[in-house]
Design a protein around this ligand. Structure first.
Ligand SMILES: Cc1cc2nc3c(=O)[nH]c(=O)nc-3n(C[C@H](O)[C@H](O)[C@H](O)COP(=O)(O)OP(=O)(O)OC[C@H]3O[C@@H](n4cnc5c(N)ncnc54)[C@H](O)[C@@H]3O)c2cc1C
Length: 390
C-alpha cells in the first residue's frame, strides 16, 4: 500500500478521473469540491472525442460514457443562408480510433464520473472551496472557505478556468482572457429539421454562430456563440437577444430557440494564455486550470482525461513528486499547445463581420478537408496507462 495522501481540488470533469487513476496506484485520495453538489450545467452538453474516450477506457468508463451519450457521425457547416460549405464524415471514427465522438449531457457526465469515483472509495467532499495553499515542510496545507484545513503529500489543482490552486501556488500565472463571445445552450424538440440525427450542424450566422445536434431520441441539443460582454444580458433577456442575433439566419434556429423550455447560460468563453509552468514543488495543475482553451476544438474535457492518465503514469514511474510533475508538463505541453492553437483559430472564425463572411464562405470549402484531417489527427492520439515511462 502506498502511504502518500493526495488532495485533488475540483470534481469537475478531470478531478474524479484523476482520483480513480490515483486509487489504482494505491494512494489515499481526497477530492475537495467548491460546489454544494454534483450538478454543473455550464456548457449544457459536450462532445467527448475518440482520444478522450480512449483515455477513459482503461478505467472502464468509455463504455459507460458512450452508453449515456449519442454518437456523432458527421459535421456539416452552413453559411447564414443555410448553404452547405462542406463537412466531415466521421462514420469511420470508431473503426479507426476505437471510439466515436460522443455527445453527452454535462450533468450526466458529472454524475457518471462522480459515482464511479465513489464506487472506488473516493468520496467527493462538496462545499469545500479551497482558498489557500501553504508549504509545510514536505507537505502542503490547504485551507477551505468553510474553515477546515488539510495536509497532503501533494496537491493537484483540477479546479478549472478560475483555479485558486493556480493563483495561490503560481501567482505569476496569466489571468484568463475573454474571447468576446458568450455561450448559450438548450435542449428542444422540433418535429422537422433539415438535417439528420447524429450530425453536428454548425451555422456561421450573420451575427452569431449556432450548433445543433439531434439525438436518436429526436431531441435537439444546441448551442450559440455570439458577441457580448459578460453581464450585459441576463438569462431572462436571452430569448430576445438570441432572436435578434439569429434574425437573418435559417428559420429553424429561431424555431429551436422558441421550442426550448429553459435557456442555459449565458457563459463567457475564456482561455488561458500559455502558463510559465504547470507546477511548483508539490502542487501541480491539470485540465482547464493549466490550459483552459476555447471550446471550439471540442477537446477541453478530452485533454483533462488525457492529462489524468499521464499524470498518474508520472507519479507511478518517477519516484520524486516534484520531478513527476515536471515530467508530466514536459510530456503534455506539446500536444495541448497544438490543440489550443487549433481551437483559437476556429473560435476567431465565429464572428468575422461582413467582409470576413464573404472570404470565409469562399475559403471554408477549400480548407475544410485539411481541418477534417487535423481533427482526425487529434482523435488518433492513444495513451496506454500500462506503458512504463523510461
Ligand atoms: C460552453 C462550453 C462548451 C464546451 N464544450 C466542450 C466540448 O464539446 N468538448 C470538450 O471536450 N470540452 C468542452 N468544453 C471544455 C470543458 O468543459 C473543459 O475543458 C473541462 O470541463 C475541463 O475539465 P476540468 O476538470 O479541468 O475543469 P472543470 O470541469 O471546469 O471543473 C473544475 C471544478 O473545480 C471546482 N472548483 C473551482 N474552484 C474551486 C476551489 N477553489 N475549490 C474547490 N473546487 C473548486 C468547480 O466547481 C468545478 O467543479 C466546453 C466548455 C464550455 C465553457
Amino acid at each position: 500500500m502506498n502511504e502518500r495522501t493526495a488532495v485533488i481540488v475540483g470534481a469537475g470533469v478531470g478531478g474524479p478521473v484523476l482520483a480513480l487513476w490515483l486509487r489504482r496506484l494505491g494512494l489515499s485520495v481526497r477530492v475537495l469540491e467548491g460546489r454544494s453538489g454534483p450538478a454543473l450545467a455550464e456548457g449544457a452538453f459536450l462532445g467527448v472525442a475518440p482520444n478522450g474516450l480512449h483515455a477513459l477506457a482503461g478505467l472502464g468508463l468509455a463504455t459507460e460514457v458512450r452508453a449515456k451519450g449519442h454518437v456523432c457521425r458527421a459535421f456539416e457547416f452552413l453559411n447564414h443562408g443555410g448553404r452547405s460549405l462542406g463537412g466531415f464524415d466521421r462514420r469511420d471514427d470508431e473503426r479507426q480510433f476505437g471510439w466515436p465522438l460522443t455527445m453527452v449531457r454535462r450533468s450526466e457526465l458529472h454524475a457518471l464520473l462522480s459515482e464511479a469515483a465513489s464506487k472506488e472509495g473516493v468520496a467527493i467532499e462538496y462545499g469545500r472551496r479551497v482558498t489557500k495553499l501553504t508549504d509545510v515542510g514536505e507537505q502542503v496545507r490547504l485551507e477551505c472557505d468553510d474553515g477546515t484545513s488539510f495536509d497532503a503529500d501533494f496537491v493537484i489543482g483540477c479546479d478549472g478556468l478560475r483555479s485558486a490552486t493556480r493563483t495561490t501556488a503560481l501567482p505569476a500565472s496569466p489571468e484568463p482572457s475573454f474571447s468576446g463571445l458568450l455561450d448559450v445552450g438548450g435542449f428542444a424538440r422540433v418535429k422537422t429539421l433539415p438535417f439528420e440525427p447524429g450530425v453536428n450542424v454548425m451555422v456561421f450566422g450573420v451575427r452569431g454562430f449556432f450548433g445543433a445536434f439531434t439525438t436518436a431520441a429526436n431531441e435537439t441539443w444546441w448551442f450559440h456563440n455570439g458577441p457580448g460582454e459578460v453581464g450585459s444580458v441576463t438569462n431572462e433577456g436571452l430569448r430576445a437577444r438570441l432572436y435578434e442575433l439569429h434574425h437573418d439566419d435559417p428559420a429553424w434556429i429561431r424555431e429551436l430557440i422558441d421550442a426550448t423550455p429553459t435557456l442555459l447560460g449565458p457563459w463567457g468563453l475564456y482561455e488561458l494564455d500559455a502558463m510559465p509552468a504547470w507546477s511548483r514543488g508539490r502542487v501541480c495543475l491539470m485540465g482547464d486550470a493549466a490550459h483552459a482553451m476555447s471550446p471550439s476544438a471540442g477537446q477541453g474535457a478530452s485533454m483533462a482525461f488525457e492529462d489524468a492518465l499521464v499524470l498518474a503514469q508520472c507519479l507511478r514511474d518517477v519516484p520524486d513528486v516534484p520531478r513527476a510533475f515536471q515530467r508530466f508538463e514536459q510530456l503534455r505541453r506539446p500536444r495541448v499547445d497544438a490543440i489550443m492553437k487549433a481551437a483559437r483559430q476556429t473560435s476567431n472564425g465565429k464572428a468575422p463581420g461582413a467582409v470576413g463572411r464573404w472570404v470565409r464562405d469562399r475559403m471554408l470549402p477549400l480548407v475544410l478537408p485539411y481541418a477534417g484531417k487535423a481533427q482526425a489527427r487529434a482523435y488518433s492520439h492513444q495513451l496506454d496507462f500500462e506503458q512504463r515511462l523510461t
